[in-house]
Design a protein around this ligand. Structure first.
Ligand SMILES: Cc1cc2nc3c(=O)[nH]c(=O)nc-3n(C[C@H](O)[C@H](O)[C@H](O)COP(=O)(O)OP(=O)(O)OC[C@H]3O[C@@H](n4cnc5c(N)ncnc54)[C@H](O)[C@@H]3O)c2cc1C
Length: 474
């Protein structure tokens, strides 16, 4: 392996993809400049994505559990919410993590430039600093990690603070009486759950026939049922045709698939209909970088663009737009630049929806198997038979394995239930290690834990689970 580490590289964008790339490049001995408009590294994930949303979801879960505690003989008084303190706590979480990245950046002697970068040529960038000053800098290689931003629906564009995207919703300016969430994807459901827990009456509108398109329906069902109790309404096969600012609220016209319309007034509207890659980078036309029809920067398996000096990673290069994918791509790009023999070709990228219950999956899904006419065996273990789930009073969960009937290899894992997001890592490892169902069945899992349900579902596949009764067929 020949290594090239005496390079001078620039990383544009300091989200998970960018900072992972910059830090590894510095660790490999490269001279690194990291450019981002924020004070510290972190990007969308830390400033206005994964981290603040999870801090608020933690609070939401606490409130919801305090309600459920009544069933266990403990009656808490209704929570008094000090919104300024809650906001402050969330902001402190963000500050702690982004500040930590700032320190790590300095320790590695990464040159952090707070500003925006534009291309003058493939290897020369003009950086405009936050104070308006600018400088032109030349590099051997450039890594683009410019991320993504909320998608905008023209019909839903109104200049009023009552209309929010995910960033506005995370600012938590007030606890509105009513909130319309446009889009039943993971961001809408996570943020909708936060507001619902804080006392807002939330309505979710989704144009497709089910929430969380992309996830298997049996994984979504327990979440749907719980959300039905928590939310004011879940309107499927419905679109928001128009919105009108009435001063005291937003009047939304909701249209169902059969053409029926109804109007409703909401205090606030959260538009969460997806994200768009940030590929309109100034001066990109002075390079050979190609952008595909959906706006993603085109890269090969080494994350190299059509311009050999420019690499690109993260949300800007394609789905799934997730932080862990961005980080792995960032590291792969740097290793490729260093001359290592690498490719970004994971067998499984986990997806987690941090609602309550959580929904998580990796590898092949049942929907995908059906669409591809692929024969799979599905082994499901219901959490109603899990000791741990019963002690938590959360028996609605389910763990399933998708198994190749010929080789008995685990191809996919799906989990719905509390803590599913932590548990899915075992599924990813199983798929990456080409584990057989037998490997999982024979792996002793600690009792009583929810992780046992992964082992139990493998036992269900062999008809040997002793925690449920399934009469043998035939
Ligand atoms: C509400 C919400 C919740 C989320 N929750 C999760 C979650 O739980 N788990 C998960 O995996 N993912 C989650 N995501 C997605 C996750 O945030 C993204 O996948 C991740 O941040 C992508 O990382 P990235 O490095 O590609 O870019 P980003 O994090 O988007 O960072 C890109 C950075 O580049 C900067 N930039 C852009 N153009 C320039 C330029 N010309 N010059 C300099 N800088 C520039 C941007 O300002 C930004 O700081 C969430 C997103 C949102 C919005």
């Amino acid at each position: 392996m020949s290594e090239t580490t005496n390079l001078n590289i620039a990383v544009i964008g300091a989200g998970p993809g960018g900072y992972a790339a910059a830090f590894l490049a510095a660790d490999l001995g490269m001279s690194v400049t990291l450019i981002d408009p924020e004070l510290n590294p972190g990007g969308v994930c830390l400033y206005r994505g994964c981290i603040p949303s999870k801090a608020l979801l933690h609070v939401a879960k606490l409130i919801e559990e305090s309600h459920q505690a009544k069933d266990w003989g403990i009656d808490f008084a209704p929570p008094k919410i000090d919104l300024a303190r809650l906001r402050g706590w969330k902001e402190n979480v963000v500050k702690k993590l982004t500040g930590g990245l700032g320190v790590l950046s300095k320790q590695r002697k990464v040159r952090y430039l707070q500003g925006r970068a534009a291309f003058e040529s493939s290897t020369t960038l003009h950086v405009t600093r936050a104070d308006g000053s600018g400088e032109s800098l030349a590099f051997d290689r450039v890594i683009l990690a410019t991320g993504s931003r909320p998608a905008i629906v023209p019909a839903l564009k109104l200049e009023t603070p009552r209309m929010m995207d995910s960033t506005g919703a995370l600012n938590l300016e007030d606890i509105p009486g009513t909130l319309l969430v446009v889009g039943g994807g993971y961001i809408g459901l996570e943020l909708g759950s936060v507001y619902a827990a804080l006392g807002t009456r939330v309505t979710v509108v989704e144009m497709l026939p089910g929430l969380l398109p992309g996830a298997d329906r049996d994984l979504v069902l327990p979440l749907h049922k719980r959300l039905e109790k928590m939310l004011d309404g879940i309107l499927l096969n419905t679109t928001v045709a128009s919105v009108k600012d009435e001063g005291s609220g937003i009047r939304a016209t909701l249209k169902t698939q059969d053409g029926a319309t109804q109007e409703k007034v909401f205090d606030r509207v959260l538009v969460s209909v997806g994200r768009k890659p940030n590929s309109e980078i100034s001066g990109l036309d002075k390079t050979r970088v190609q952008v595909g029809p959906r706006g993603f920067i085109q890269v090969n398996k080494q994350l190299q663009t059509d311009d050999p000096d420019i690499y690109a990673v993260g949300d800007a290069v394609g789905e799934p737009m997730l932080a862990h994918k961005a980080m792995h791509e960032g590291r792969t790009a740097v290793e490729a630049i260093a001359g290592h023999k690498v490719a970004f070709e994971p067998n499984a990228i986990p997806a987690v929806v941090f609602t309550d219950p959580e929904v998580a999956w990796c590898g092949l899904t049942e929907t995908q198997a059906q669409n591809e006419n692929r024969e799979v065996k599905v082994a499901k273990f219901p959490w109603a038979a899990s000791g741990r789930a019963i002690t938590l009073d959360r028996p609605e969960g389910m763990t399933k394995l998708l198994i190749d009937p010929q080789t008995e290899r685990v191809l996919g894992v799906g989990i719905v239930g509390v803590g599913a997001g932590e548990m899915i890592a075992e599924g990813v490892l199983a798929i990456e290690m080409a584990a057989l169902a037998k490997d999982i069945a024979l792996t002793i899992h600690p009792h009583p834990t929810l992780s046992e349900t992964v082992m139990e579902s493998a036992e269900v596949f062999f008809g040997t689970s002793t925690d449920i009764y399934r009469p043998k067929r035939g």
